[in-house]
Design a binder for this molecule. Structure first.
Ligand code: UD1
Length: 346
C-alpha cells in the first residue's frame, strides 16, 4: 500500500488515480484544509476503486505513527503542505510548522516501521531566477536564497530529507522539483480547486472565462522576453502524476544510483503568459478579458527546465502539450461549475 499525503489535493488526486491504475492500493491522508472530501468519491469514479482515506493532520506525531501501525505502508508520496507564497510571508510560523513538522513526522515513523521509500513534492522555486548561463535549468544549477517562507520550506525540507536518508541506510528517497503544474484529468472529475481568489495563472484564466472573475491581470509587459511577459515551463498534471509512479518504482525496484536523488519535472519548453492566453482562447473558443498591469512583486522573469537528466536517468518524458493543458483545465472548470458543484450543493 502506498501512502499519498495530500491525496485529496490537486496533484495528489491525479497521482492517486495513476497509482491505482498501475495496480497499487492507496491510502490517502489529508486534513482537507485546501480540498474537498468528495474528491475521494470522484477518484473512485475514475479508477473504479475507492482509496482508503484518513482525515488527519500530519503535524500530529502520535497520529502519524499510528497510521504506520494500522496500514501496511510500503512507500510514501508526500504532497501535503501549505503552498500559498503570499500567505507564507504573512504567517511564516504556520508554514514552517506545517511543512517541516509533517515531513519530520513521516521520516521518523518510516524509519521506525521499516518503510524505505519516499517521494517528496518539491518545486523549481529552489532555483530562484537562474542566471542566463543556467537556463534552461539543470538539476545541478545552484539553489538560491528563497524569496518566501514557502520557498524556504521546500529547500529546508529537501535538506531534512537528504540528511535523514544519509543517516539511516535503510531509507531512500527522491525530491521532484515541479515547474508549473496545470491542467486536469481528461474525465474532468478532478482538477485544481483553489479556495478563494486564485493566485496562479491557469485557474485565474479559467475562472475569468467562466465569468467568476472580472478580468485577468497580466503581471508585467516589460520583461526582457520576446513578448515582454514572464516565461514559465507549464507541465500537465497527468504527466507529473506519471513521474511520481516512475520515481516510486525506481526505488521499489532498487533501480537507483544514489539513495537521495532529485529531478526537474518540466517539459523543457518555456511559454509566456500571452502564449498561455492564446492557447486557452484557441482551445476554448472563448475571448478572454485581460489587461497588462504592473509587475507582481517577487516574480522571476523566466525559467524553464532542462529535461535531459529526468528523461535519461529517471526514464520519464512529458507527453502532453500546452494546448492539452489549457483544454483540460477549461473542461474541468466548466464541468465543476455546471455539474459537480450544483450536484454537491443539492
Ligand atoms: C508560483 C510561486 C511558486 C510556486 C508555484 C506553485 C510565486 C512568486 N511563485 O509560481 O513558488 O511553487 O506558484 O504553483 O508566487 N500571472 C499573471 N496573472 C495572474 C497570475 C499569474 O500574469 O493573475 C503570471 C505571473 O506573473 C507569472 C505566471 O503568470 O509570470 C505564472 O504565475 P503563477 O501561476 O502564480 O506561478 P509562479 O509565479 O511561476
Amino acid at each position: 500500500m502506498i501512502l499519498v499525503t495530500g491525496g485529496a489535493g490537486y496533484i495528489g488526486s491525479h497521482t492517486t488515480v495513476v497509482l491505482q491504475q498501475a495496480g497499487y492500493e492507496v491510502l490517502v491522508v489529508d486534513n482537507l484544509s485546501n480540498s474537498e472530501a468528495n474528491v475521494i468519491d470522484r477518484i473512485e469514479k475514475i479508477s473504479g476503486k475507492r482509496p482508503a482515506f484518513e482525515e488527519m493532520d500530519l503535524v500530529d506525531t502520535a497520529k502519524v505513527d499510528a497510521l504506520f501501525t494500522k496500514y501496511p505502508i510500503e512507500g510514501i508520496i508526500h504532497f501535503a503542505a501549505s503552498k500559498a507564497v503570499g500567505e507564507s510571508v504573512q504567517k511564516p510560523l504556520l508554514y514552517y510548522r506545517n511543512n517541516l513538522q509533517s515531513l519530520m513526522n513521516l521520516l521518523e515513523s518510516m524509519n521506525k516501521h521499516g518503510v524505505k521509500n519516499i517521494v517528496f513534492s518539491s518545486s523549481c522555486t529552489v532555483y530562484g531566477q537562474p542566471t542566463e548561463d543556467n537556463l534552461p535549468v539543470t538539476e545541478n544549477a545552484p539553489v538560491q536564497v528563497a524569496l518566501s517562507p514557502y520557498g524556504n520550506t521546500k529547500q529546508v525540507c529537501e535538506e531534512i530529507l537528504r540528511d535523514t536518508i544519509y543517516a539511516h541506510e535503510n531509507l531512500q528517497g527522491v525530491a521532484l522539483r515541479y515547474f508549473n503544474p496545470v491542467g486536469a484529468h481528461e474525465s474532468a472529475l478532478i482538477g485544481e480547486l483553489p479556495i478563494g481568489v486564485p493566485q496562479n495563472l491557469m485557474p485565474f484564466i479559467t475562472q475569468t472565462a467562466m465569468g467568476l472573475r472580472q478580468g485577468l491581470k497580466v503581471f508585467g509587459g516589460d520583461y526582457q522576453t520576446p513578448d515582454g511577459t514572464c516565461i514559465r515551463d507549464y507541465i500537465h498534471v497527468m504527466d507529473l502524476a506519471k513521474a511520481h509512479l516512475i520515481a516510486l518504482e525506481r526505488f521499489m525496484k532498487s533501480n537507483f544510483k544514489k539513495r537521495f536523488e532529485w529531478f526537474n519535472l518540466g517539459t523543457g519548453t518555456g511559454s509566456s503568459v500571452l502564449e498561455v492566453i492564446q492557447s486557452f482562447e484557441k482551445m476554448s473558443g472563448e475571448q478572454l478579458a485581460y489587461e497588462i498591469v504592473d509587475r507582481r512583486e517577487g516574480d522571476i522573469e523566466q525559467i524553464w527546465a532542462e529535461t535531459t537528466i529526468a528523461n535519461e536517468e529517471l526514464g520519464w518524458t512529458s507527453e502532453l502539450t500546452l494546448d492539452d493543458m489549457t483544454a483540460s483545465a477549461w473542461k474541468w472548470e466548466k464541468y465543476y461549475n455546471e455539474v459537480l458543484k450544483p450536484q454537491a450543493e443539492a
